[in-house]
Design a protein around this ligand. Sequence first.
Ligand code: DC
Length: 223
Amino acid sequence: MTPNTIAIDGPAASGKSSVGSRVAEALNYLFFDTGLMYRAVTWIALQREVDLADEAAVSKIAEDVPIDVRPPSYADGRACDVLIDDDDITWQCRRPEVDANVSIVAAYPAVRTALSKQQRRIGLRGEVVMVGRDIGTVVLPEADLKVYLDASAEERARRRYDEIVARGEKADYDEILAKVKQRDHVDSTRDVAPLRPADDAVIINTDRLDEDQVYEKIMGLCQ
Ligand code: DC
């Protein structure tokens, strides 16, 4: 039987979002990229010039601002819409200043509690592919299928580098690698919900697999 809830966790740039959105599309499930919620809180804090070191002020944003992650309304490369009230902040969530600060925000316990609660509510509706860092361990430990996508930092940095260069922009591989390693460190050493595979997750190392192969493997697990 096809799993009703699918959790895909893994480090930054492990390919969770691209593969997860394809799996969701194939199954006609909702694709829910939970990292977007942490990104949205970071973007709002930056917009409001809230000091990101002020844990209470940042947590208040996560508790008070209703963030909606919905199926994409435009075919402009997005996998989900991110809305605050009716404001579309999907692309703002991908800005470099959000990339640089989101790990700090995601490490705050009260931020995690507020966002995990919203994520769990959506996950429990079923027919969903949720991607993140702690879906199989914290948000939806009862997920029917848990996948943990892994890849070396070097390979993930190379993929990010290729993506940027393919867009015609300049990139520095060593700088990207340093950032990937730094985010891994923050995500896996934080006190609350550190990045790790659930005990019953299927671990897929994608170093030598392309996106199609990872997709086929996950679809195979769904059957
Ligand atoms: O997957 P991403 O790069 O969009 O994630 C952004 C940040 O949010 C990253 O620092 C990890 C964190 N995150 C998390 O802690 N838990 C999740 N379920 C999803 C993302």
